[in-house]
Design a protein around this ligand. Structure first.
Ligand code: ARG
Length: 458
């Protein structure tokens, strides 16, 4: 019979058990649950509800249970409903009546909220660390090719030449904002629900601030019903992970393009590509496709939880048990993608010649020629129109823009802009894509990386 079965006359139907059990997945929380229970035991002694000897004995029992889990030796019983009940059942087995005091003044409702916050606090740190590892890989790739250039695209049409380091930094800044969001979510969830009980606190001498301090939480809950009922911290964490996943998907899509025969800007190392079961010549960028593909699942985990939470009345409802699998899944999946993508960028060979050839497409100089006219006092619309006409003629007739520009007296003097990299070097405004603006941007990126590391305590 379950530990809560006092008021029941018959055992739980097997179908309900299978519906309601969560031990099959929440056993992953055992360490955090035992950590919360140890703080609770100290809290009970602090309030005079356990003697010091009883406290120490119970702490020893919890440590023994942790060793059983660590060794894979924890023996599950058929009726173990969730990690909390399994651990309490085992504590009673080991310590008898003293074990039966463990749950004094506590409900699974404040217990599970405490356990999950402890888990999530650690998990967000690991994800943030993984994102920073990927940022480092992007920076390292840029450092291997400090002068490389490629076309920057809008609408996936060649737009203007950019430095590879500039392009990669665009991704790095986005990923650093992801780290910021993960850290924000972690800071907001840093509140202990322990002591809220089922929903309304307790008549016993419990001190939520004391146990919050033991668990390293920044503060105890302000409101017991809020403490047990909301999973906004899970939703927020899932959002921070999902948006990270969307950024990883964008990187993945770009790698698919870069490694295609059509672009051929880059090759992935053999260790990060896969072959075809039929076509002997194939070398596929599955790592990039899976980075793109996994993002759908991360978004799904977020939307699934939001739908679960929508319309729940205060305070705890069993629906909330559905918070764990999406959270575990998103954390696991994003960590795997981060590790694989980080390795893939480490293995990437960027083909500077191919990319530069595309970046030196002479039509990309049209805007620089127009701006050269503007610098001489020509209204921009007029300059745009003049270059547009020359580009149109070049495309229609197959003539080189370089030659057509040579035939225009106002423009002929600016033909040095066609030299490889010349237009890029002229792009000097702060945050621009050329070499002049690069050092300041690089310094800012390094500053933000250091700040993100510090925020995660790395
Ligand atoms: N396994 C449950 C969960 O994850 C623990 C809380 C159960 N509480 C209850 N009142 N039935 O939410």
């Amino acid at each position: 019979m379950a530990l809560w079965a006092g008021r029941f006359e018959s055992a739980m139907d097997q179908a309900l058990f299978e519906l309601s059990e969560s031990f099959s997945f929440d056993r992953a929380l055992y360490h955090y649950d035992l950590e919360g229970s140890a703080a609770h035991v100290r809290g009970l002694a602090h309030g005079g509800l356990l003697s010091e000897a009883e406290r120490d004995e119970l702490l020893g029992v919890l440590a023994a249970i942790e060793r059983e889990f660590d060794a894979g030796a924890f023996v599950t019983e058929a009726g173990d409903e969730d990690v909390h009940m399994a651990i309490e059942r085992r504590a009673i087995e080991i310590a008898g009546p003293l074990g039966a005091r463990l749950h004094t003044g506590r409900s699974r409702n404040d217990q599970v909220a405490t356990t999950l916050r402890l888990f999530t606090r650690d998990a967000l740190g690991h994800v943030g660390e993984g994102v920073l590892g990927l940022v480092d890989a992007l920076v390292a790739l840029a450092e291997r090719h400090p002068d490389a250039r490629l076309p920057g695209y809008t609408h996936l049409q060649r737009a203007q030449a950019v430095l590879l380091s500039h392009h990669l930094s665009a991704h790095a800044f986005a990923l650093l904002r992801d780290v910021g969001r993960l850290a924000d979510a972690r800071a907001r969830l840093d509140v202990s629900p322990l002591g809220a009980g089922a929903l309304a606190g307790s008549s016993l001498p419990l001190d939520p601030a004391y146990t919050a301090g033991l668990l390293g939480f920044a503060a105890p809950f302000a409101n017991s019903m809020d403490a047990v009922s909301d999973r906004d911290f899970v939703a927020e964490s899932l959002f921070a992970i999902a948006l990270t996943g969307v950024h990883l998907s964008r990187l993945g899509e770009e790698l698919v393009l870069w490694t295609s025969s059509e672009f051929a800007f880059a090759r992935l190392g053999d260790a990060f590509t896969t072959g075809s079961s039929m076509l002997p010549q194939k070398k596929n960028s599955d790592v990039a496709e899976l980075a793109r593909g996994k993002s759908g699942r991360l978004v799904g985990n977020l939307t699934g939880l939001l739908v679960t939470l929508k319309g729940l009345p205060l305070s705890y409802n069993r629906d909330l048990q559905e918070d764990k699998e999406p959270l575990f899944d998103s954390v696991r999946q994003v960590l795997v993608v981060l590790r694989a993508l980080t390795g893939a960028y480490g293995s990437l060979e960027f083909d500077e010649g191919r990319a530069a050839a595309a970046a030196d497409d002479e039509l990309l100089v049209a805007i620089d020629l127009a701006e050269a006219l503007v610098a001489e006092g020509v209204p921009f619309r007029e300059a745009h129109e003049r270059l547009g006409r020359l580009v149109g003629e070049a495309v229609r007739t197959g003539a080189r823009l370089y030659d057509l520009v040579g035939g225009d007296p106002a423009l002929a003097a600016h033909r040095d802009l066609f030299a490889p990299g010349a237009a890029l070097a002229r792009r000097t405004t702060p945050g621009a894509a050329g070499p002049i603006a690069a050092p300041a941007q690089r310094a800012r990126l390094e500053g933000e990386i250091a700040a993100a590391r510090a925020r995660l305590g790395l």
